[in-house]
Design a protein around this ligand. Structure first.
Ligand code: BTN
Length: 320
């Protein structure tokens, strides 16, 4: 059976696989149940019209042939949070490159204690364990490098170069397509990094009406951004490859990644509102420093690097 191609007769399939015509029919019915669209025409046979967008281990691993992390990738239908699962695995000794991917999260977590909506069939929720040998202060740029890796994965798959809203939102046309949550565990005795878990949540297939009303004006999906459905397993595999590449560059090619981060960061050059400890200030974002902090210039001319707190970018997410 060829996708969108020619018909293959039932007798050809039964001969090829040494099974009865009834078994072929049963297999076709089972595939249709799974969401495959298969046309059947008397005297011509079967034709595959459309494959469902399944996110599963076989599909993801098939696209990671020869990759060192391939056997460490697990894909689950449902999990509370892929970050939480990775932290448990890391604490019990799972190696670097262990990746947990889910079709659905029941307790997806975002930054600042927020939740991250993770409905089945519409996104990719992926976390990876890294074990950099360094101190926590050497990893202030980790989330920024992950953001660049995510942009590279999206571009590899869709051709779209999305943007970054400092620090860690991936955006297109002022809508958030993807969020990143990085968590570190520190060795009590040495103060060194025990492991890092980087978690990435992509909105893939949603249409505006699929988002809860409170985020409908600011949320977007890869489908909305490109006008085309995205193959979620291929996106997951591309993300694993880009994360592994980024991990290899983590302590040696920081400047290069941060340069690329700055190039794609939509916050630079924008007017920003900084809310810190309940106090609100306005400034112009002027650049990124060597640790991925946001350089800003306030209206009174003073300059600062912002590393914490919340930054809203004018024209995005309801700040007008
Ligand atoms: C944010 O935008 O605040 C960060 C969202 C991060 C969501 C991802 S989905 C995969 C991983 N598992 C989680 O529970 N969170 C991250």
């Amino acid at each position: 059976m060829l996708r969108g191609g020619s018909f293959v007769s039932g007798s050809h399939i039964s001969e090829r696989f040494g099974v009865s015509r009834a078994a072929v029919w049963k297999a076709v019915s089972a595939l249709r149940e799974e969401g495959y669209e298969i046309e059947s025409v008397t005297n011509r046979g079967y034709r595959l019209c459309r494959e469902p967008d399944l996110l599963n281990e076989a599909r993801v691993r098939a696209q990671l042939e020869g990759h060192p992390w391939r056997e460490r990738v697990q894909v689950l239908d449902t999990v509370d949070s892929t970050n939480t699962r990775c932290k448990l695995l890391a604490a019990s000794g799972a190696p670097e490159g262990t990746v947990v991917i889910a079709d659905c999260q029941t307790g997806g977590r975002g930054r600042l204690g927020r939740s991250f909506a993770s409905p089945a069939g519409q996104g990719v929720y992926l976390s990876a364990i890294l074990r950099p040998e360094c101190e926590p202060r050497q990893l202030t740029h980790l989330t920024a490098m992950v953001a660049v890796a995510v942009l590279d994965a999206i571009e590899e798959l869709t051709g779209l170069r999305a943007g970054i809203k400092w620090t860690n939102d991936i955006v297109c046309s002022a809508r958030k397509l993807c969020g990143i949550l990085t968590e570190l565990s520190i060795e009590a005795e040495t103060g060194g990094v025990q492991y890092a878990v980087v978690g990435i949540g992509f909105n893939c297939a949603q249409r505006p009406e699929d988002f809860p009303e409170e985020i409908r004006d600011m949320a977007g999906s890869l489908f909305m951004a490109t006008g085309r459905p995205v193959d979620r397993s291929a996106l997951a595999a591309a993300t694993v490859r880009q994360l592994a590449r980024m991990n290899g560059a983590l302590l040696t090619r920081k400047a290069e990644y941060l340069q690329r981060y700055a190039r794609d960061c939509v916050t630079i050059g924008a007017r920003v509102r900084i809310v810190r400890a309940g106090e609100e200030r306005y400034a112009l974002a002027t650049g990124i420093d060597a640790d991925a902090g946001l350089c800003v210039r306030y209206d009174d001319g003073t300059q600062e690097v912002v590393n914490t707190g919340e930054v809203s970018v004018r024209g995005m997410y309801g700040y007008l």
